[in-house]
Structure formats: C-alpha cells, structure tokens
Design a protein around this ligand. Structure first.
Ligand code: 13P
Ligand code: SF4
Length: 369
C-alpha cells in the first residue's frame, strides 16, 4: 500500500455480517438514496453482481480513470474495484472530493509484483549500463501510486490494456527504449501489435540482483524491456483450453484479455480490454458462441446478458479474481450507511508529492486519448 488510508480493511459490525442478503440489499439502497448526488459510485467490470448493481458508471480501468476525473461534482467517489484504481481516482480527483474503497484490502496480485525499491534499483542499474540511451518508463495502470509517481518524474506515462499500443508508440517516439512494468504479458502482446517478434522484448527478472539476469550488450540493443510480473487470473488460461473449445464447437469465437500469455493471445481470435470484450460480445450475431479468457464475474454477466448467444469462460472452473471479489454486499452496505451517517470511512489518499508526479504520468496517458 503506497498511500494513507483511514478505517478498517474489512472488519464489519455484527449487524452486517449477520444480516441476510435481502435485508442488506434494501439497507444499501436506502443509504445510496440518502447520499443522493453527494456520491458517485464507479464500478469495474470484475465486481460481483451484488455490488456492480449500485454503480452509476461501469468501465475498464481507462474509462473509470477518465470518468473519475471528469465532470462529477459529487464530493464522494465510492470505488468498486481494487486499490490501484482508487488511488488513480484520488490522483485525478478535484480538490473537494474524497475517494472511498469499501474494502481497503482489495489489492491486485499483478500490481504487487513490482515495488518502488526494486524498480528504482533496476532503473539505476539500467542507466549505468546504457549511458546515452534514453529509456522511457511506462507503468501499467495496475501498479501502486508510487510507481506512477516514479514514471511521471522520469518522463514516462501510465497505460491500460485499452491504450497500451498508443502508449508504446508514444514512448518509442520520445526515446530509444521502453522499460515497462509490471505485466510481462501485456508488454509482449503490445510489442507484437507493433510488429515485433514475441522474442524481441527482453525480460527483466527482479529476482536476479544483477541486471535482472540480462547483459549490458543485450540491453544496449533492446527496444523494449519487460518486468517479469503476471496476473494469476489471466495466466490460468492456456492454449489447450482453446483447442478443446474449438474441437467441441468449431465456430466458436475466442476472445481473451491481453494480460494472457502470448501463446494464448495467438491462439485466440482477438484480444482487448474488458470494455472491448463487452462490446465484441454485443456485436456478435444471435445464435453465435464465444469463449472468453478473463475474470469469471464478467464472463458470467455477459452470459446472462446475452441469452441468445452461447457465452462461456475459457476455464469454467477458474477462481474469480479474489481481490476484486473482496468487495461484497455486507461491506458495501456498511460503507454506504457510514457515509450517509456522515462518517467518511475507508478514504484512499495519495501523498501530495506522489499525487503531483503521478498526475503527470496519468495526464500523459489521458492526452493519448
Ligand atoms: P481492464 O482495464 O481491461 O478493465 O483490465 C483491468 C484488469 O485488472 C484486468 O485484469
Ligand atoms: Fe489484478 Fe489480475 Fe485481479 Fe486484474 S484480474 S485486478 S490484474 S489480480
């Protein structure tokens, strides 16, 4: 956690833990109505059905960053998502606003694969090994506010799965090479979109102390260096699952998220952000079938939303993203009732200096469109 936050991570009063779903549902809606326009609720597509129903705006991480920053006068931004998204909303918010996350323990496995100390050390080693080469740091939205600030302070930008290609093109026009963290797979898939070979990007392994396991010679030629980090949900998908689905249904459309490993993206028909996946499912003609390689909550919602199409998850027995799932109806009820009673709980607040530098990196991303 890179920012200050007040309130319990998830400890709930007995009234929420003991109450049944229907009672909580009514209490949460009553609190939501009482808050009125003082609050806006933003929800990521991986959230549980029982909480996403409360979202005024749903989106992928790019859209939510934009909408969080956009013209809402609400003084409270309740974020149904994970910690790094709430931090980004806090960096982009207006001065009178506060960002609230119903469970402060809602982190991200991928974001945790890179920390500021190890990234700073890698950056310093790279600078020493590559005198005269201008390296542009790019961080995926799925990273701590301190890493966004680091990137902002070093002339780089943030990107999301929806605009990674634009961000990579921008970075290559600004410098000689890109250092991208923390998702190796999104990085490689984006490099391939730029026409590179999957083996072209170098991989910096933070567990190897010296030059991340690379050589100075290799680094001096590299255009893209990727941090060896991954999402535990999207790396559960593999090519065999795609082959099995195609064998059972040769006409099936396979759509995956670009956090999946390169062989999975190559075996699929298309890949894109969660917003892209939703749009593609809408565009598919009635009667068609699709298997989706991303979080189960989203895929299940798509299945229910399109009863005229056969939509399933690439791995039906996958565990949904456990950190996204931490926000549930009892926690949301507690949070909304506290806010309605004037007790602003679970505030996510980025340190001022970090906010200023992180804002540079986020603004560069938003300027890419
Ligand atoms: P999107 O920006 O595509 O919604 O992805 C966020 C995420 O965490 C995917 O695992
Ligand atoms: Fe993080 Fe993966 Fe969950 Fe997305 S699905 S929030 S990358 S752990």
């Amino acid at each position: 956690m890179t920012t200050t936050a007040t309130g319990p991570a998830c400890a709930l009063p007995a009234t929420e833990t003991a109450a049944g779903g229907e009672e909580l549902w009514e209490r949460a809606w009553a609190a939501r109505r009482a808050l009125g326009p003082r609050a806006v609720i933003l929800g990521h597509h991986y959230q549980r059905d029982e909480v996403i129903a409360f979202a005024d705006v749903t989106g992928d991480s790019y859209l939510l960053a934009r909408r969080g920053a956009a013209a809402t006068e609400a003084e409270l931004i309740v974020f149904l998502g994970v910690y790094f998204m709430a931090e980004a909303a806090d960096v982009l918010k207006q001065p009178h606003q506060r960002v609230v996350l119903p469970d402060l323990g809602a982190g991200c496995h991928l974001a945790e694969t890179a920390d500021i100390y190890t990234v700073r050390d890698a950056w310093d080693q790279m600078a020493a090994a590559l005198p005269g080469r201008k390296v542009i740091p790019l961080t995926y939205m799925n990273s701590g506010a301190d890493l966004k600030a680091f990137v902002g302070a070093h002339g780089g930008a943030v990107c999301t799965s929806g605009n990674a290609q634009k961000a990579f093109e921008w970075a290559l026009s600004e410098g000689d090479a890109i250092f991208f963290f923390p998702d190796e797979h999104l990085g490689r898939n984006t490099a391939c979109r730029l026409g590179m070979d999957p083996s072209d990007p170098l991989v910096w392994n933070p567990r190897i102390a010296e030059l991340g396991g690379l050589t100075g010679d290799a680094l001096s030629e590299a255009e893209i260096v990727l941090w060896k980090g991954f999402c535990n949900v999207h790396t559960a998908f593999n090519v065999r699952q795609i082959e099995e689905h195609r064998a059972a249904d040769p006409g099936v459309r396979v759509i995956v998220h670009p956090e999946c490993p390169r062989p999975v993206v190559e075996a699929a028909d298309e890949d894109g952000s969660t917003e892209y996946i939703i749009r593609r499912c809408e565009e598919l003609p009635a009667g068609s079938s699709a298997v989706i390689g991303t979080d189960w909550n989203l895929v299940n919602r798509l299945r229910l939303r399109h009863p005229d199409k056969r939509i399933s998850c690439l791995k039906e027995d996958i565990c949904p993203c456990v950190t996204m799932n931490r926000i549930d109806l009892p926690k949301l009820t507690w949070c909304l009732e506290s806010l309605a009673a004037g007790d602003v709980v679970n505030v996510v607040e980025v340190d001022e200096e970090m906010r200023r530098q992180g804002r540079l990196a986020l603004d560069r991303m938003l300027a890419l469109g």
